[in-house]
Structure formats: structure tokens, C-alpha cells
Design a protein around this ligand. Structure first.
Ligand code: UDP
Ligand code: MN
Length: 495
């Protein structure tokens, strides 16, 4: 212990403060730096894997359909200039094997090489995920320790003050023992949380099954043949996805409409589709809304470029509930579904809170064979799902599935349980809920104060289990106003 302190209590506090400074230094200068380097490396790994997978797909395409007359292609000269090229013999290919060396392979040899290389890269990836989970665990542990020390500091100060005011000789040590107990229990609990990823190799959400990173593309449901014969189909995974972890925290810009439009060629109504290929995925994002203008602007600023990069054909629909009655998130989703189908032929619907933002570029906003709960990890829940049947925040459902379950219940006014009711509906029609790997499906939530949980919601959830009439088939509402605004389609409804 350094420095001078007037009495024992003050000495203890100074010692705690010293520890505090040490912990903070360790988190900021050592752990966070390690994590940054690790994430950068992982980013490169993802890029390599994406490049190799794309090459593999091209080779498979060529070998399945070997053109006798060779291959016509376009070569990027840079600055958006392309030149036409003709490859007379496509039976052999040069592959970059690293360190600037290129080897001539037959297509079969190239595929074997790529598969081996992908295997190695995926191993590295999982190794790096283990390491990052470990560092994140350590950071969490340190933050807990810092929090405890700060709490301890404050508690002691109050105690000392009280003792001085009351001039009573309260045995500080006895009080300390209780605080120490709390501290030990909390450290122990966090230690267990920290150990889980080491044993399971990934997030603790490994306790809930999810689709592994490499299997995600097989789960996506998209068009497989050209529909409008305009262009070729876009690839299954867009080549414009580069950064895996695009968003590190919930400090998100909020640009004005004109700035967003300047960078992206969005059509009125918040509609977009690729101009050079037919998108496989026709998606509508339905946003329930009331009095969250700041969040909506942040959402549009972040999500438009995100969806454009994914080469989706999409429309963003905001369904605003007029004042008067309690907010009914689920009913707004039902209304959004019905009204959107009058405007476009979306076959995939994503029902999405306005305050949730996906952190990872590879979290593709398309539908899957089963309804998908979009977040496997979210910052506000410390990146751990609290229960397996969670279906809140953001979910993706095929149009046919949403009709099959008769949409959401219309009965849940106020906060909570409408999402759990949807989980029941999905189970009742024999579908199941899936999630993607938490590394891909991680989210941040824009800050807001927590909403008062509505009383009686759990009883209603229980009662509603057999009500098959409640939903799209019993939906009643009035559209008070609607507009194709520059960045979204807007409905003002009373319901
Ligand atoms: N919402 C809104 N205004 C409200 C309450 C809710 O626009 O007054 C919408 C908004 O899209 C929000 C979602 O409903 O993201 C879920 O509400 P909230 O974020 O309050 O719920 P929580 O994050 O606590 O689940
Ligand atoms: Mn929220």
C-alpha cells in the first residue's frame, strides 16, 4: 500500500482504489488490445474463407457445365472499368497457393486443394473463436471486479460517514464480511460463466442448438432459377460482404435521409434491388413503431447499406400505432404483413424491433427452412440467451409459414409474451425455431429505458394456447394514413 492514510478505513479504501486502477489498466491496455488483434485476424480468416468458397462455387459451376467453346467473362480493370475476356480452355486453372506462388491445377485438383485449405482455415477460425471467448470472459470478470470494488468503496464511505455522524462505534469488520461474501459469490458465479466457453468452445449459448457458421447457406431459402430473365441470379452469398464484425457497440450514426440516399440508390418506399443481377431473396422488413424517431433514423442509416450489401430485394415497412391505446407490437406485425402483400410479392418477412442492429455482415436477412429467431446473442443480455424458447426482438418467417400459424396473436396489448405465443404457434403446426451461430447472429440494442412489464401477460399466454381463431383471420384495424416515404413505406394505423 502506498501513500498516507489517516485511519484504517481510509487505508482500505486507498488499497481498493489502487486495485481498481490496476484492473482498469489491465482491461484497457492488455485484454482489449489482445481482443482487437484477435478480431482483426479473424476478419482476415473470414475474408479468405469467403474468397475460397466463392472460387469453389465458380469451379463447380464450370465443371458441371463445361463450355466447349470456352468461357466468356469480364475482368475488372479497376475504377469500375471492365474488359471482356475469352478463356478458350477451362479444364485447368491457376490457383494462388500463397506467398505469391500460383500453381496450375485441373479443376478436380483445385477443388481438393480448396477443400483442404478451407478445412485448415475453419480450424484456425474455431481456435480463434475459443481464444476470443476466453478474453471476453476475462474482460467480463474484470468488469465485475471493478464494479464490486466501486460498490465496496461507496458502501464503506457511507458507513464511515454514518459512523462519524452518529459517533457510534459500529464494528466495520462485521459489515465487511457480508460484503466480502457477496463479492466472493459473484466472482465465483462469473468464474463458472467464464469457464463454460472454454469447455464448450463457444458462447455459453452453445447450450441451445444453432446452425453452425458453415451450414448457414444451406439453410437459406431463395429463388434458384432466373425469374425475370433480366440478368443472371445473384450469388447465394453476396460478394460485397467484407467485414464480419461491422458494428462493435451501439454508438450508431444517425444521418439525415438525403445523406443515406446519396450513398445508396434507394427507391421511394424504402425499396431496393440489385441492378446487375436477380436477387434470390425477396424480403419485407416490418417495423412496429411509436415515438422512437431517433432510433428509427439510426436504424435506417445502418440497415439500408447493410441490406444493400447483402444483395437482397427488399422493402422496409414501418407500421406506426396511433396514440390512444396501449402499444400492440404483434398486431402491428400482422397489419404490416397484410398491407405489404398488397404492395409487393415478398416471400420472406422479417419482423424487427426498431432498436436492434445486427453486428455481423454475414447475418443474411433472408428466410430459412424453419422460422428463425434472429438474435443468438445481444449486448443487453450480456450475449447470453436467457431461455431457449425466446422468440423476441427480430424474427424471420417465410410468407407461407406466417400464414400457416395464422400470424401473431392480436390480444397482447402492452409489453411481453406476444413473442412466446408465436413460439407456441410455430410448435403447434409442426415447425421448429432455428438460430444461427451466435458469432454471426449477434446484435446490439440502441439504448432505451426499460418498459414496464404488463401484468397478466403470462396468464394470457397460457389461455391463448388453443385459440386458433386469434390472428390474421381475426385481424381488424383502420389505416389512418399511408405514404411511400423516401426510406420506408409508412402506415399509421389504429388498432
Ligand atoms: N416500440 C415503439 N414504441 C414504443 C414501444 C415499442 O416503437 O413505445 C417498438 C419498437 O420497435 C421497439 C419494439 O417495439 O424496438 C419493442 O419494444 P421495446 O424496445 O421497448 O422492448 P424491449 O427491448 O424491452 O423488449
Ligand atoms: Mn428494445
Amino acid at each position: 500500500m502506498t501513500g498516507f492514510c489517516a485511519d484504517v478505513d481510509e487505508c482500505i479504501m486507498m488499497a481498493d482504489r489502487e486495485k481498481l486502477v490496476k484492473y482498469e489498466h489491465f482491461v484497457n491496455n492488455v485484454l482489449r488490445e489482445d481482443l482487437r488483434i484477435l478480431l482483426e485476424d479473424r476478419e482476415k480468416l473470414y475474408e479468405n474463407i469467403a474468397a475460397l468458397s466463392q472460387l469453389k462455387q465458380i469451379i463447380i459451376c464450370i465443371s458441371e457445365d463445361p463450355h466447349e467453346e470456352g468461357l466468356r467473362t469480364q475482368v475488372d480493370l479497376g475504377s469500375n472499368f471492365y474488359i471482356q475476356a475469352h478463356v478458350p480452355d477451362v479444364s485447368r486453372i491457376y490457383v494462388n497457393v500463397g506467398l505469391g506462388f500460383h500453381i496450375e491445377f485441373t479443376l478436380k485438383e483445385a477443388l481438393t486443394f480448396i477443400d483442404k485449405k478451407l478445412g485448415i482455415l475453419n480450424e484456425k477460425l474455431s481456435e480463434s473463436s475459443k481464444k476470443s471467448a476466453k478474453i471476453k470472459g476475462q474482460i467480463r470478470l474484470c468488469y465485475e471486479a471493478i464494479g464490486e470494488l466501486q460498490a465496496l468503496d461507496k458502501t464503506k464511505l457511507t458507513l464511515i460517514c454514518k459512523m462519524k455522524v452518529n459517533k457510534r462505534d459500529v464494528p466495520l469488520k462485521a459489515v465487511n464480511i457480508n460484503i466480502t461474501k457477496v463479492w466472493i459469490i459473484s466472482v465465483f458465479a462469473n468464474f463458472i460463466l467464464w469457464l463454460l466457453p472454454i469447455f464448450f468452445g463457444k458462447y455459453t449459448d452453445v447450450l441451445f442448438p444453432y446452425i453452425a457458421h458453415n451450414d448457414i447457406t444451406q439453410e437459406l431459402v431463395g429463388l434458384i432459377g432466373p425469374t425475370e430473365n433480366k440478368f443472371r441470379m445473384c450469388p447465394v452469398v453476396s460478394p460485397y460482404l467484407q467485414n464480419t464484425l461491422r458494428l462493435l457497440d451501439n454508438n450508431v450514426d444517425s444521418l439525415v435521409d438525403e445523406e443515406i440516399l446519396m450513398n445508396n440508390d434507394i427507391q421511394a418506399g424504402g425499396v431496393w434491388e440489385p441492378s446487375d443481377c436477380n436477387s434470390r431473396y425477396h424480403v419485407a422488413l416490418i417495423i412496429p413503431y411509436r415515438n422512437r424517431s431517433q432510433h428509427l433514423q439510426q436504424f435506417l442509416t445502418y440497415m439500408h447499406p447493410f441490406l444493400v450489401r447483402q444483395q437482397l430485394k427488399y422493402r422496409i415497412v414501418v407500421v406506426e400505432q396511433a396514440e390512444g391505446v396501449a402499444f400492440n407490437r404483434a398486431k402491428l406485425f400482422n397489419i404490416g404483413f397484410v398491407e405489404t402483400l398488397k404492395l409487393s410479392k415478398a416471400d420472406c418477412f422479417i419482423f424487427h424491433d426498431v432498436d436492434l442492429l445486427p453486428q455481423n455482415d454475414y447475418n443474411i436477412y433472408a428466410c430459412t427452412h424453419h422460422p428463425r429467431h434472429m438474435y443468438s446473442a445481444v449486448d443487453t443480455l450480456r450475449y447470453h440467451l436467457p431461455y431457449r424458447r425466446l422468440f423476441g426482438g427480430a424474427v424471420a418467417m417465410q410468407q407461407v409459414h406466417f400464414k400457416k400459424v395464422n400470424g401473431f396473436s392480436n390480444k397482447f396489448y402492452g409489453w411481453g409474451a406476444e413473442d412466446d405465443d408465436m413460439y407456441n404457434r410455430i410448435e403447434q403446426v409442426g415447425l421448429s425455431v432455428i438460430r444461427f451461430d451466435p458469432r454471426v447472429a449477434s446484435y446490439v440494442m440502441l439504448s432505451h429505458s426499460s418498459v414496464w412489464r404488463t401484468e397478466g401477460r403470462l396468464e394470457k399466454l397460457q389461455d391463448n394456447k388453443d385459440d386458433s381463431e386469434d390472428g390474421l383471420s381475426s385481424l381488424s384495424y383502420h389505416v389512418l394514413d399511408k405514404k411511400e416515404r423516401s426510406l420506408y413505406t409508412w402506415f399509421l394505423v389504429s388498432c
